[in-house]
Design a binder for this molecule. Structure first.
Ligand SMILES: [Cu+2]
Length: 189
């Protein structure tokens, strides 16, 4: 949506009206839960991110939960002193990046929306999740469950929430220009 201002003479300035959605998300019985993904699905589709990385360091994937837009290529560098065998499930298919040494990286492109569940064959405790979304409007909650989504075009959206436990939900949300503080989002299985 554009707010058009007619300036002096023939000058024409268009200022976009943007909105911000803020709030807190939690699993049932909690005041706030980290690593919940919140995103707004609407008419505006996303462009692929130019950079996305899931690092392997100290036998952990980092970040544990991340979001990328459709078409993004994610790099999976090994910055550990040990070998990892990265494999993942994405849209009901398994892909395997194999074993590769410290200081090297392997890319994988994700061209459809969905959840990518990432594991290591060598270390069963290693796991990470990537949510592939087709919208530029998303956030991952901090450890207190708080999130902020900025620079949203006002309009009607489907508000999605997702947590690695399998809890997820969707509801309709009308976003108006300016601040949109939302009530606590409880994410149920
Ligand atoms: Cu490993």
């Amino acid at each position: 949506m554009l707010l058009t201002l007619l300036g002096l003479g023939t000058a024409l300035i268009s200022l976009p009206v943007t909105a911000e959605v803020t709030g807190q998300a939690a699993l049932p019985g909690k005041k706030g839960t980290g690593n919940i993904v919140v995103w707004l699905e609407g008419e505006k589709k996303s462009k692929p991110l130019t950079k996305a990385v899931v690092d392997q360091r100290d036998k952990l994937f980092s970040p544990h939960v991340s979001v990328v837009t459709v078409g993004t290529t994610v790099q999976f560098p090994n910055n550990d002193s040990v070998f990892h065998n990265v494999f993942a499930y994405y849209r009901a298919k398994k892909f395997d990046l194999g074993m590769y040494p410290r200081g090297t990286s392997k890319p994988e492109k994700f061209d459809k929306p969905g959840v990518v569940a990432i594991h290591c064959n060598v270390h069963s405790e290693m796991s990470a999740y990537i949510l592939v979304v087709d919208t530029p409007f998303y956030a991952v909650t901090d450890k207190n469950g708080k999130y902020t989504i900025k620079d949203i075009a006002p309009g009607t959206y489907q508000l999605h929430v997702w947590h690695e436990s399998g809890a997820e939900g969707v509801q309709s949300l009308t976003v108006h220009g300016g601040a949109n503080p939302l009530p606590l989002l409880t994410v149920k299985k």
